[in-house]
Design a protein around this ligand. Structure first.
Ligand code: HEM
Length: 225
């Protein structure tokens, strides 16, 4: 095995891959949120934004393929790390920090799986229009795909809005642990500043989650309609 291949399959190599891909995914989630917050600006702005993304043509496909590769690298390495840490944990080990670390990584695995399920369902919903096909066909008065009407009609169904709300909260929990784990992997976190970094990580995570949650809530409340 070459030195590089050895690094990427070592525990620290995998942690670095999970951290770097995690940061890239957070960047995507923030960009996607900024785009989606334009729902508050009305149909014209939102549909123009969606049409602009579609007009990127091959660039959009490069970004999509890049996103899939990053997502897969994140998941495969995270699963492998969690397996290795479970295998390395001796039975009946009672030191507090070990128990805490494994509880946090177990919760990362659970919330991570839910986020993955969310992304799959979300793609079936808004990207492929399979879940509510009746809302996928709308065109606006300029003949563009009426993404605004599709999203608003989707969230006017309380079951969909509530499912999104719950899953965005799960995303908040996942990012809340994830952001401080990245700081630890890259060596920013020390005994002295650990609590502060956890607080910053949680604040960023919940700002993102609340930004997303504001959308279905505003549709249910009739603020976006
Ligand atoms: C209230 C929450 C959200 C809304 C309203 C929303 C809206 C949308 C819409 C309308 C699309 C389709 C864009 C188009 O085809 O024109 C889309 C695609 C997508 N969304 Fe979301 N989204 C939300 C949350 C999320 C979250 C939290 C994630 C990631 C964890 C996410 C990941 C994606 C991905 C990966 C795509 C596919 C992008 C593509 O095909 O180019 N979304 N979203």
């Amino acid at each position: 095995m070459s030195a590089q291949a050895g690094f990427f399959t070592s525990s620290i190599g995998r942690k670095v891959v999970v951290a770097v891909t995690g940061v890239l995914l957070v960047l995507f989630v923030v960009m996607h949120l900024l785009g989606n917050l334009q729902l508050f600006a009305g149909a014209e702005k939102f549909n123009a934004y969606a049409a602009f993304l579609q007009s990127m043509g091959p660039g959009l496909w490069v970004a999509r393929i890049g996103l899939v590769v990053i997502f897969l690298a994140h998941i495969v390495n995270a699963i492998q790390l969690s397996r290795e840490s479970r295998a390395a944990r001796p039975e009946g080990y009672v030191y507090d920090n070990v128990v805490q670390a494994s509880a946090a990584s177990r919760s990362m695995a659970h919330t991570g799986i839910l986020v993955l399920v969310f992304v799959i369902v979300h793609l079936l919903h808004f990207t492929l229009g399979i879940l509510q096909p009746e809302y996928y066909e709308f065109l606006d008065d300029q003949g563009r795909h009426d993404v605004y009407r599709m999203v608003v009609s989707g969230f006017q169904v309380p079951a969909f809005s509530l499912a999104y709300l719950f899953l965005m909260a799960v995303l908040g929990v996942h990012l809340s642990h994830g952001i401080s784990s990245v700081a630890q992997t890259v060596g920013l976190s020390t005994m002295g500043n650990r609590k502060k970094i956890e607080l910053i990580g949680a604040s960023v995570a919940w700002l993102i989650a609340l930004g997303y949650i504001s959308l279905p809530v505003s549709v249910l409340a009739g603020i976006i309609r």
